[in-house]
Design a protein around this ligand. Structure first.
Ligand SMILES: Nc1nc2c(ncn2[C@@H]2O[C@H](COP(=O)(O)OP(=O)(O)OP(=O)(O)O)[C@@H](O)[C@H]2O)c(=O)[nH]1
Length: 508
């Protein structure tokens, strides 16, 4: 709070000193002005140092903008003290006024998004520098060049300065309306208050200056800087109204996407004014501005398309992973349910009924117990990969039903055709010759239950799976390494047999 009182004291000192000397641009009143501006730059810099990483850059930009004002006022004081016959100090003051544009432009036009392409930042920086160069060119051409003699030149400069100052203030206010977090809201509140009051003061000052500066006019320049100190030091945090204000995400994004147009707009504006001096330069600058904006949009769009592709790819991978069994890599139960439901629906619609095979490894508990769980896992992977590479059609599906049970969905397949497939699969597994000490055959075998959709079968997969499971149970009870079909009478019943069955039934 002491800082605020120091600034108030400086304001009063500025007024008193200017009144005493009777002139706004005397050394001591100007020195008081430098001191007020330096306090404002310090307050913004202190915010920069204290703020979290994400919002540090904007505070630094504000501090730099105010610091340029300090340098401008300081060179004016230096010119008063030292004299400036060569005009270097006046030129430096103009440079400072032009450089002031760069942080200001950045502050109101950048989205400050973390993932923005670097090339876009480079384009924005180039446009900001173009603004600074154009402003410098105007000031030197119209205020001290050969065109200074033209009485209308000063009005061109004043109107141009008004347009630039108010555009900056307008954009800062817009950013304030689009800021969602209270830290950003406070930053744009501070920046927009400063830029708006600065624009109003500059409008009054420039017009008053046309008729000779009265003694109090210099103190006007103190107002935006004193206000900034007050906001940053005395307010410290957003007011209650600011904290309560919450723009929607859509509004916030729209404003942040719209903000960069200020850069191009400013360059076009300056291009129009510079066309007074050189039509070709004005045209080139305006075209460059449109081109840069187009490039900016193109780069962002291309980055967005890249990101969209990456998101689609990872969504696809995720979808595939979600539908996959983590051990065997074949479809899992969820995928089985979905695909079987589709097959059943299609069967009902078209009359091309599907069949389901329920496959279970025989005596797998004993396999695990004698060879260990890891060997059991390896066996499951081998069986799964043999089933899925057993020349089924692409529309068919091999899935892990759970534990050591697998299911195969055969679309548009009759019970007879399914039986053929089942026989082929039992032979395929036998041929793997996975050693199983507890099997009579000496190798791992499977039992298979088959169920085929009929016109009455509901589209709920559970019903058909349950029928196939009951057929599997029957195959197991008949000695394993064989195939049974649901819906057949209890006797007669082992319709398919693997080669092990032919060679002699396996026993536990
Ligand atoms: N290694 C391994 N074993 C599993 C896995 N899932 C289930 N099992 C085992 O599979 C065995 C299944 O045993 P049971 O249901 O008694 O069936 P079985 O021993 O094959 O007997 P039948 O099916 O009647 O021939 C259990 O010991 C489970 O622990 C798995 O992911 N990895």
């Amino acid at each position: 709070m002491r800082v605020v009182w120091v600034v108030v004291a400086l304001l009063v000192a500025h007024l008193v000193l200017a009144n005493r000397s009777g002139h706004a641009q005397d050394v001591w009143p100007q020195a008081a002005m430098v001191a007020v501006q330096a306090m404002a730059a310090w307050a913004a810099f202190a915010r920069y140092r204290r703020s979290p990483a994400l919002i540090r850059l904007p505070w630094l930009l504000l501090a730099l903008a105010v610091f340029m004002q300090v340098l401008w006022a300081f060179t004016n004081v230096a010119a008063l003290v030292l004299g400036d016959k060569s005009g270097y100090l006046a030129a430096m003051a103009t440079v400072c006024s032009a450089l002031y544009m760069i942080p200001c432009m950045f502050m109101v036009s950048r989205s400050f998004a973390r993932n923005e392409p670097r090339v876009v930042i480079a384009l924005d920086l180039t446009l900001s520098c173009m603004v600074a160069v154009l402003v410098y060119q105007f000031f030197t051409e119209l205020l001290s060049g050969p065109r200074a003699a033209d009485p209308s030149s000063i009005y061109v400069v004043i109107y141009m300065a008004d347009a630039v100052d108010f555009s900056l203030a307008f954009m800062a206010i817009l950013r304030l309306l689009g800021a969602r977090s209270f830290r950003w809201r406070f930053f744009y509140f501070a920046a927009s208050s400063y830029l708006l009051v600065n624009a109003i003061v500059a409008t009054i000052y420039n017009r008053v200056e046309l008729h000779g500066l009265p003694w109090w006019a210099g103190s006007l320049v103190d107002i935006p800087h004193a206000l900034l100190v007050f906001v940053l030091v005395a307010m410290r945090q957003p007011s209650r109204q600011l904290r309560a204000y919450h723009p929607s995400l859509g509004m916030s994004q729209t404003i942040a996407s719209f903000a960069p147009i200020i850069l191009s707009m400013m360059v076009v504006l300056l291009g129009i004014v510079i066309s007074r001096i050189s039509f070709v330069s004005g045209l080139v600058v305006a075209c460059a501005s449109v081109l840069f904006y187009g490039l900016r949009v193109a780069f962002i769009q291309s980055r967005n398309l890249d990101q969209q592709r990456a998101v689609d790819l990872s969504a696809l991978r995720l979808e595939q992973q979600v539908g996959r069994d983590s051990l065997t890599g074949i479809a899992n139960r969820a995928m089985l349910d979905t695909r079987l439901r589709h097959a059943l629906e299609e069967g009902q619609r078209t009359g091309s009924y599907c069949s389901v095979l329920m496959i279970d490894i025989d005596f797998f508990k004993q396999y695990n117990d004698s060879l260990g769980h890891i060997a059991g896992d390896v066996c499951l992977v081998k069986v799964a990969s043999a089933l899925s590479s057993s020349q089924l059609r692409t529309r068919d599906l091999v899935a892990r039903y759970g534990g050591e049970e697998f299911a195969v969905v055969l679309v548009d397949t009759t019970a007879e055709a399914a039986l053929e497939v089942a026989r082929r699969l039992t032979t395929t597994i036998e041929r793997l010759q996975i050693v199983h000490p507890q099997c009579a055959l000496g190798y791992v075998t499977v039992s298979i239950g088959i169920a085929t959709q009929t016109a009455e079968t509901p589209t709920d997969p559970v019903i058909l799976l349950d029928a196939a499971d009951r057929a599997l149970y029957r195959a197991k009870s008949r000695g394993r390494n064989c195939v049974d079909v649901a819906g057949l009478p209890e006797s007669g019943e082992i319709i398919g047999q693997g080669s092990a069955q032919a060679a002699g039934r396996a026993t536990p």
